[in-house]
Design a protein around this ligand. Structure first.
Ligand SMILES: NC(=O)c1ccc[n+]([C@@H]2O[C@H](COP(=O)([O-])OP(=O)(O)OC[C@H]3O[C@@H](n4cnc5c(N)ncnc54)[C@H](OP(=O)(O)O)[C@@H]3O)[C@@H](O)[C@H]2O)c1
Length: 365
């Protein structure tokens, strides 16, 4: 049975980020004697591990025990029911990219469960879901944090919230929000040297594990559009959905119907000239092309797509697969507040989740 000075942690999702989160949770629980952190639930889409009496799961070997578990996960509403009747406060950690789990947040929050997550789906879906989440949290007092939903562990969301909450006026947010797009353009159109063929760079990015299994899921721009939707809403724009503003897709129309990612990659070289022309046009102007997202808060305009930048511009000079996010505000004037660094990776993403958990603990424990 749980004690009063205990917080129960429920983890949904044990993939790249979930595994790193568990190892950070283990270290945090060891470092932090109070409140006592106990893992009470962990699941993937196929397996679950929990005890009816909420007795703790050993974090040290939770992954092995989960793999050996013969329990299938209960329905998501049953999971909320189980957690809502726990004998201590609960933080639900959603380490999936599941829309179904995201849609459960209003119910979970209403029942007093706090949520931390790197999952973009809840915050970049319909504006109604966004409103339902934050009004449920306001009503019940449960907390919801999602730092890693933009820029992985980079302090993007907390910085934007601080700017807004302290009364600064954010006029524009601009940046490279996708590690995949960053890698592709830094190697296709480097600030020095010639760069590779577009289709070769896409293949290379896939081989190195920078793209989704089907690279079209990166090239369609939707991932960046989701991140911009989140930031625009936090900056005060009631953006309806990630498809309610212009998003440039880098998938040639003719290849949208390819049957698989491999089929797409095979046919892509025939369309290299389009990207070569864009690169040449930028070079003629002494610039390089980059895939960026921007939010003009003042003009209420959000867009995602290709833009040209002077070679000395911080967005042009980005390296590897780093993200960069610039906040233009009244206080910062002409020199934006810039956040830059790794925008993907299990450890850094889990760091954002763990730091959110620490924030929640400081408020509910
Ligand atoms: N990886 C990064 O660098 C990064 C960066 C920023 C943000 N994120 C975000 O972090 C989240 C996790 O990413 P990841 O890379 O760890 O993904 P992943 O490796 O694909 O892992 C996802 C995990 O969620 C589980 N899952 C999916 N649907 C579920 C459901 N309905 N119920 C229970 N479990 C479910 C999966 O279980 P099965 O294996 O059984 O399907 C798997 O364990 C995503 O929202 C992603 O966008 C990741």
């Amino acid at each position: 049975m749980a004690s009063k000075n205990q917080i129960l942690i429920a983890v949904i999702g044990a993939g790249g980020v979930g595994k790193c989160f568990l190892s950070q949770l283990q270290a945090l629980a060891a470092r932090k004697p109070s409140p006592k952190l106990s893992l009470c639930y962990i699941s993937t889409s196929r397996k679950a591990l929990y005890n009816d009496d909420y007795s703790p799961i050993n974090i040290d070997n939770a992954l092995d025990a989960l793999a050996a578990s013969s329990k299938a996960p209960p329905s998501l509403t049953k999971v909320v029911e189980y957690l809502a009747t726990a004998p201590a406060k609960v933080v639900l950690v959603d380490n999936t990219s599941s829309q179904d789990v995201a849609e459960l947040y209003p119910l979970a929050l209403k029942q007093g469960l706090s949520i931390v997550t790197p999952n973009k789906k809840a915050f970049s879906g319909s504006y109604q879901l966004w409103q339902d989440i934050f009004s449920a949290a306001a009503t019940s007092g449960a907390k919801v944090y999602h730092e890693s939903s933009v820029g992985a562990g980079l302090p993007v969301i907390s910085t934007l919230k601080d700017l807004v909450d302290t009364g600064d006026s954010v006029t524009k947010i601009e940046g490279v929000f996708s590690g995949t797009m960053s890698f592709l353009f830094n190697s296709f159109a480097p600030t020095e040297g010639k760069g590779g063929q577009w289709s070769d760079e896409v293949k290379k990015a896939k081989t190195l594990g920078y793209t989704e299994p089907d690279p079209r899921d990166d090239l369609n721009g939707l991932d960046v559009a989701r991140k911009l939707t989140i930031l625009a809403r936090l900056a005060g724009l009631p953006v309806e959905s990630p498809t309610s503003f212009p998003v440039q897709s880098l998938i040639p129309k003719e290849l949208e119907s390819c049957t698989s990612g491999d089929d797409f990659l095979e046919k892509l070289p025939a369309f290299d000239q389009q990207m070569e022309d864009t690169k040449a046009e930028a070079e003629k102007a002494g610039k390089v092309v980059r895939f960026v997202g921007s939010i003009d808060v003042t003009a209420n305009k959000v867009k995602v797509g290709l833009e040209m930048f002077d070679r000395a511009h911080p967005i042009a000079a980005l390296k590897g697969s780093d993200n960069i996010i610039s906040f233009y505000t009244k206080r910062y004037g002409n020199n934006p507040l810039i956040i830059q660094g790794a925008g993907a990776g299990g450890d850094v993403t889990a760091m954002g989740v763990t730091s959110d958990l620490i924030k929640v603990l400081s408020q509910i424990a």
